[in-house]
Design a binder for this molecule. Structure first.
Ligand SMILES: *Cc1c(COP(=O)(O)O)cnc(C)c1O
Length: 397
């Protein structure tokens, strides 16, 4: 099908939650994508931090095909071999002792929110309230959109869930003030993604951990975007060695096959008991096999270290470029999760990049965001930096 035919069917039959799209991408290989017209692109967005190993990674493709020939789905009423192997491997590399599998980020956070409430209920001391950060993003279900500290996502969906409190991100005093005896959970991204690629000051996350310990409050890190090597460590909590009680994963977990996960300590896991939570598809044979192959590749010796070095190089190139452009406020990020904040809207710049064959995206109206596959090399980074310079010059910024 050509682009026009795809667009026409889309407009006729797809509910318009995404607006007009610029491309119909039909094929991918590594960091490259092709559209319906056969035009090639360099992908510096990776399906929003999903295809961390690049498109159609041979090991993941092989695992998917093999599992599809063997068994695609059985329910969680039965033991699932790829799922238990995935959980065991995650445990080898993460603080968590136990996992619950679901289909994506919102469901993983939903599970975390329910687990925290249920945990305090089981303890006999209900502490149902949750503190979250402004400019956070935790998903689009009713509970997770409530947890998302951005009014634009709330509009028209009120009444939101009760018991949520919003504090400025990276402000330990504000968080301290928000902790009351009703609060049982603090939910944060260790580095905010959709809210503008915001890296907290060194010491903030350790102070949050201390505050939660002092007040007997659970701490959950939403690592849906930051996890799986994105920030130059396998998990962002490892950057400052701050161990949460609960972690949520999704995006990069299956390298494109939908799967989410919530992990926690043995103690916190006791909040759930048979019947208290469930998910039909969660960790089914197909998605678990894809995630297992993905995770094995991520933890191969040297893989994440190399991605971290490429990220450092990219940030350094962008910082250098920024010195020549007053319209750039700040270059920030960690590993290969990078934002460039401008003094104006970045939509025309993203379009220029696309015209130059480079896919990137926004994080809010004024932040240009790069989330390339972790396999990206310096030559690709150089191409993107050069295209960005040309784009800025072309726009007369
Ligand atoms: C994308 C994202 C989510 C939501 O994930 P879905 O799979 O779209 O439900 C939640 N939290 C963070 C930090 C995200 O980046």
């Amino acid at each position: 099908m050509d682009m026009e035919a795809i667009q026409q069917l889309n407009d006729q039959h797809i509910i318009n939650t995404y607006g007009a799209r610029k491309l119909a991408l039909v094929r991918g290989d590594g960091v490259r994508l092709w559209d319906a017209e056969g035009r090639e692109y360099l992908d510096f967005f990776a399906g929003i931090a999903v295809c961390n190993l690049g498109h159609c990674h041979p090991k993941v493709t092989e695992a998917i095909c093999e599992q599809a020939r063997t068994l695609v789905h059985v329910s969680n009423l039965y033991y699932i071999e790829p799922q238990v192997n995935l959980a065991a491997l995650l445990c080898d590399h993460c603080f968590a002792d136990k996992w619950f599998f679901c289909n994506g980020g919102a469901e993983a956070n939903e599970a975390a929110l329910k687990l925290a409430r249920r945990y305090w209920f089981q303890q006999g001391t209900p502490r149902p309230d949750v503190v979250v950060a402004e400019q956070s993003f935790h998903g689009r279900t009713m509970a997770t959109v409530t947890a998302t500290g951005q009014p634009k996502y709330h509009q028209g969906f009120e009444p939101l869930l009760p018991g949520f409190h919003y504090v400025p991100y990276d402000d330990i005093d504000a968080l301290t003030e928000a902790i009351t005896p009703e609060v049982g959970l603090v939910l944060l991204e260790p580095l905010q993604g959709e809210g503008g690629v915001r890296v907290p000051k060194p010491g903030y996350l350790p102070a949050v951990r201390q505050l939660c310990d002092d007040n007997n409050v659970l701490l959950a890190f939403d690592e849906v975007q930051t996890g799986l090597g994105r920030t130059g460590s396998l998990f962002a909590y490892q950057n400052e060695n701050v161990i949460p009680d609960i972690i949520t994963l999704a995006k990069g977990l299956g390298n494109g096959v939908p799967i989410g996960a919530m992990g926690c300590s043995d103690k916190v896991a006791e909040g759930f008991s048979p019947g208290s939570h469930a998910c039909t598809f969660g960790g089914n044979p197909l998605s678990a096999a894809a995630a297992l192959a993905t995770f094995e590749a991520l933890v191969a010796p040297g893989f994440i270290e190399e991605a971290r070095e490429t990220g450092n190089y990219f940030i350094q190139q962008l910082v250098e470029l920024a010195t020549g452009f007053d319209c750039i406020y700040e270059v920030r990020g960690r590993g290969l999760m990078i934002g460039v904040e401008f003094d104006r809207g970045v939509a025309p710049l993203i379009e220029r990049m696309l015209a130059a064959g480079i896919i990137c995206g926004p994080a809010g109206p004024t932040v240009l965001r790069f989330l390339p596959p972790l396999i990206v090399d310096r030559a690709a980074v150089d191409r993107v930096t050069a295209a960005l310079r040309a784009g800025l010059e072309g726009l007369g910024w």
